[in-house]
Design a protein around this ligand. Structure first.
Ligand code: FES
Length: 280
C-alpha cells in the first residue's frame, strides 16, 4: 500500500507520451508493482513527486482522474533541470513516483451543483483530474451542468486539445469556452485574456461552484471578476499546488501564515484563503 509519508519513490514505467505543446508533454505511467497501482488511491487534485533516478525530483500534479483506469498521467512543462530530463525520456523508461500528496478537490461537497471550471495556461493540468472525475460515466449524474473556460497564450500553447475540442463537448450538458491571447491564423475561437472573457460569458452564481486555477495574476483578476458577478467566497475553489516542494510539511517552503499548502491544501476555498495572510 502506498504510504503518503514515504520518502522512497515507487518505480514506474512510462507507457505513453503525448506532446501537448512545444514545451509540454503528458506522460502516462504505470507502477511496476501491480499492487501499488491497484491501491494507489489518488483523488482529483492531488500531486506526486516524480524523480528521474540520479537527477532529482519535482512536484507534478496528477492530471488523470482515478475513474479513467489504472494509470497516472502527469502533464510536465519543461521549466528546469528535472523537467528537461523527463522531456528527454522515452516510452519504456523508468521513473520514480511518490505520493499521492495533498487534500484534493472537495468533490463530495460539489455534488448536485453546476460546476464552472476556469483554467489558464498549464493550470488546466491540475483541474483536468476533477473535470474527468465529474464527467465520468460513474459520477456524471451526481453533478449538474459542467462548463469549462480555458485560455492559453497561443494556439500551440493550448493543452489537451482533443479533450477541449472533442471528448468533453461530446458529453451531455457540458459547454467549453476557449480563448487565446492574440489573433492567429487558423484560430476561429475567442481572442483575449481570461478575466474579461469570464465577464463576457458571465456565469451566474445560483447553485454553482467555480474551480479556478492559473498563474497568480489570473487567480487575482479572476477572483475579482467572480466577486463582481456575485459569487460568494465559499463558492470559489482554487489550487495552489505550484507552491508545493517537499510535500511532507518539512521544508517550510510552502507555509502561508500557520498553514502549510502541502499539508492543509493545496486546494482551498476563497473563504479559507481570506483567513490566511495575503501572501498566497
Ligand atoms: S512543501 Fe515542504 S513544507 Fe510544504
Amino acid at each position: 500500500m502506498p504510504n503518503p509519508t514515504a520518502l522512497t519513490p515507487y518505480p514506474a514505467t512510462i507507457t505513453k507520451i503525448d506532446v501537448e505543446a512545444g514545451d509540454t508533454k503528458t506522460f502516462t505511467v504505470v507502477f511496476d508493482d501491480p499492487e501499488i497501482m491497484e491501491n494507489f488511491g489518488n483523488q482529483p487534485g492531488q500531486v506526486c513527486m516524480l524523480s528521474a533516478f540520479g537527477e532529482g525530483e519535482s512536484t507534478i500534479s496528477i492530471t488523470s482522474s482515478p475513474t479513467r483506469g489504472k494509470f497516472l498521467e502527469f502533464c510536465v512543462r519543461r521549466v528546469g533541470r528535472l523537467t528537461s530530463v523527463l522531456h528527454q525520456m522515452e516510452v519504456g523508461q523508468k521513473i520514480g513516483v511518490r505520493g499521492p500528496y495533498g487534500n484534493g478537490f472537495p468533490y463530495e461537497m460539489m455534488k448536485g451543483k453546476d460546476l464552472f471550471f476556469i483554467g489558464g495556461g498549464s493550470a488546466l493540468a491540475p483541474i483536468r483530474s476533477l473535470i474527468d472525475y465529474v464527467l465520468s460515466d460513474q459520477y456524471r449524474s451526481d453533478y449538474g451542468r459542467v462548463e469549462i473556460l480555458y485560455g492559453a497564450r497561443s494556439m500551440d500553447d493550448v493543452l489537451f486539445k482533443s479533450d477541449l475540442a472533442e471528448r468533453w463537448p461530446a458529453i451531455q450538458n457540458t459547454k467549453i469556452y476557449t480563448t487565446i491571447d492574440r489573433p492567429e491564423e487558423g484560430w476561429n475561437g475567442h481572442v483575449g485574456f481570461v478575466p474579461p472573457f469570464i465577464e463576457e460569458v458571465a456565469p451566474t452564481p445560483e447553485n454553482k461552484i467555480v474551480i479556478l486555477a492559473g498563474p497568480p495574476i489570473l487567480i487575482k483578476l479572476g477572483l475579482a471578476v467572480m466577486e463582481k458577478l456575485g459569487f460568494k467566497d465559499e463558492q470559489i475553489i482554487t489550487t495552489l499546488e505550484m507552491r508545493m516542494k517537499c510535500c511532507l510539511g518539512k521544508c517550510g517552503r510552502c507555509n502561508v501564515g500557520s498553514k502549510f499548502i502541502c499539508v492543509d491544501g493545496p486546494v482551498f476555498s476563497l473563504a479559507q484563503l481570506k483567513e490566511m495572510p495575503p501572501e498566497y
